[in-house]
Design a protein around this ligand. Structure first.
Ligand code: C2O
Ligand code: CU
Ligand code: CU
Length: 515
């Protein structure tokens, strides 16, 4: 790989060569044990720990978990909200423009680091796996919340161990509000409910079981982890008791690999008001929504016409995964459409338990989203392409797997440039290993949010590609173009598949924003 540069220092400077990059600087990633040498004045100062803990999930023995615990040091006690009786980390609530300090301490017996999924923070604050800290050590994050109001989240990002650490419980919501959102008549407080969907498998002693097909058969890259029990906010058989009124449901797919095809069981369409990067310009209706790991949707859920006693359920409908594999190790395991990924599940139930008057009406217009103009992208006629495929017994992006300190020539972009990135999920026919393989891949960028401008080869119609996105699902054979502008921060950022087992196997790369 002669086109790949080694990054052994923290800072880049530009050189004369085309796309070439030279590095200089201290080379230290984690030397920020003491904050505020830079005079950073936080509006919100939080302590956060990754801990070993146990929580009751099923009847009987409690389950051993990892859990984020938090405490507000300064800045208002409502900035953190614990999710009672759950392994989930506290919900962090911040306002756009706030400066945040998070003093993170690693109290689990393995290396870890925290990533703020969807938040636009400097390279050194983003939880890059090179910044992992050892058990007992600290990492202090300091950044300004630049994102618009929306449903973001945080989770670990140590290379090769993100899947198992998230699986054991490390994840939490990070909700951002702003003035624009506060001016819109939406359900608030207890009527604004964050819900994270995750799947788990338990053993007979109520402990989490984590295995995935790649571990069982290293000769094939594997789909990833699928659990047989759906948990919502860490609880099985989740039930939401509601009044006869409107709710805002913020749904995060926090599963390792599972994709949901969400729909109401009563045939009502889903009314979507937000996606990854906050509220849409206007509400969108869909009979179902495909929600891949890392993605969020926000629903306007109106129960005002339902008599008390009504029950609804949000279901995941069966779907054709579009997976194909004609390689020697493939058909033995999951022939075509029978993969358990596409099976039906109940996700949660809603029970209307009391009547209540309220007068909220679905707004026609929600927010202002400034649309990028594709022709403003300097590479509009020649998009940067990323081919997703299974090769060499693993999943690759442009034939490459993750290299901690490296970036290739075609992974260097300019600060403040607007680009078209095209992800191509190869259909499995052109690949390696006598046929090749094809699976869904939710592609995610660290750093800026992007706008989806084109989707081709479409297999499902439940995509909500509107608004601001940081994760976009590509089913086998699909191609998606996004517009992304690399603003504010230079340095090293990641892009990767958010199927956590794929990510851990190396379906992840650095890109470098050059000043
Ligand atoms: Cu939520 Cu790099 O990921
Ligand atoms: Cu992320
Ligand atoms: Cu993938």
């Amino acid at each position: 790989m002669s086109d790949v540069k080694r990054i052994n220092r923290r800072d880049f400077i530009q050189t004369a060569g085309k796309g070439a990059a030279v590095l200089l600087g201290s080379g230290l990633g984690v030397s920020n044990n003491f904050a505020s040498e830079n005079g950073f004045q936080p509006d919100l100062d939080i302590a956060l720990r990754a801990t070993q803990s146990e929580v009751p999930i099923l009847p009987g023995d409690p389950t051993q978990v990892y859990k984020y615990n938090g405490r507000v040091i300064e800045g208002g006690s409502d900035a953190l909200q614990n999710v009672k009786g759950s392994y989930l980390g506290p919900i962090i609530r911040a306002k756009k423009g706030q400066k945040i300090r998070i003093r993170f301490k690693n109290n689990i017996p393995e290396e870890t680091i925290v990533h703020w999924h969807g938040l636009h923070v400097p390279s050194a604050m983003g939880g890059h796996p090179r910044d992992v800290i050892k058990p007992g050590r600290r990492f202090v994050y300091e950044y300004e919340v630049k994102n618009r109001a929306g449903t973001y989240w945080y989770h670990p990002h140590p290379h090769g161990h993100t899947g198992p650490q998230v699986y054991r419980g490390l994840a939490g919501f990070f909700l951002v509000s702003d003035d624009e959102e506060e001016g819109i008549p939406l359900p608030q407080n207890e009527h604004d409910i964050p819900l994270v969907l995750q799947d788990r498998t338990f053993d007979l002693n109520n402990q989490f079981v984590y295995t995935h097909d790649h571990e069982m058969n290293p000769m094939e890259p594997g789909f990833g982890f699928l659990g047989n029990t759906i948990l919502v906010n860490g609880k099985p058989d989740f039930r939401l008791s509601v009044a006869t009124r409107v709710y805002r449901l913020r749904i995060l797919n926090g599963s390792n690999s599972r994709i949901y095809k969400l729909a109401w069981d009563n045939g009502r369409p889903l009314v979507i008001i937000g996606t990854d990067g906050g509220l849409l310009r206007k509400p969108v209706k869909r009979n179902y929504v495909m929600l891949a790991p890392g993605e969020r949707i926000e629903l306007w859920a109106d129960f005002s016409a339902d008599p008390v006693g009504t029950q609804h359920s949000l279901r995941s409908l069966p779907f054709d995964t579009g997976m194909m594999g004609r390689g020697p190790f493939w058909n033995d395991f999951w022939p075509d459409t029978h993969h358990p990924l596409g099976s039906a599940h109940d996700v949660f139930n809603v029970q209307v338990v009391r009547s209540e008057k309220e007068s909220l009406v679905l707004p026609n217009k929600l927010t202002t989203i400034k649309k990028y103009n594709p022709v403003d992208a300097h590479n509009y006629f020649n998009p940067r392409t990323f081919r997703l495929s299974g090769r060499h017994m693993t999943w690759t992006i442009n034939g490459r797997t993750f290299q901690m300190e490296r970036v290739a020539d075609d992974e260097v972009v300019k600060l403040n440039s607007l680009e078209v990135w095209e992800f191509i999920n190869e259909d499995g026919f052109g690949g390696h290993m006598g046929g090749g393989m094809s699976m869904p891949h939710p592609m995610h960028l660290h750093g800026p949010q992007f706008q989806v401008i084109e989707r081709r080869g479409v297999r499902h119609h439940g995509y909500v590609d509107n608004g601001w996105k940081d994760t976009v699902l590509l089913m086998p054979g699909e191609r998606v173009k996004v517009l992304v502008k690399f603003t504010d921060y230079d340095g090293l950022f990641l892009y990767h598949c958010h199927n956590l087992e794929h990510e851990d196997m190396g379906m992840m790369r650095n890109y470098f924003i050059q000043r």
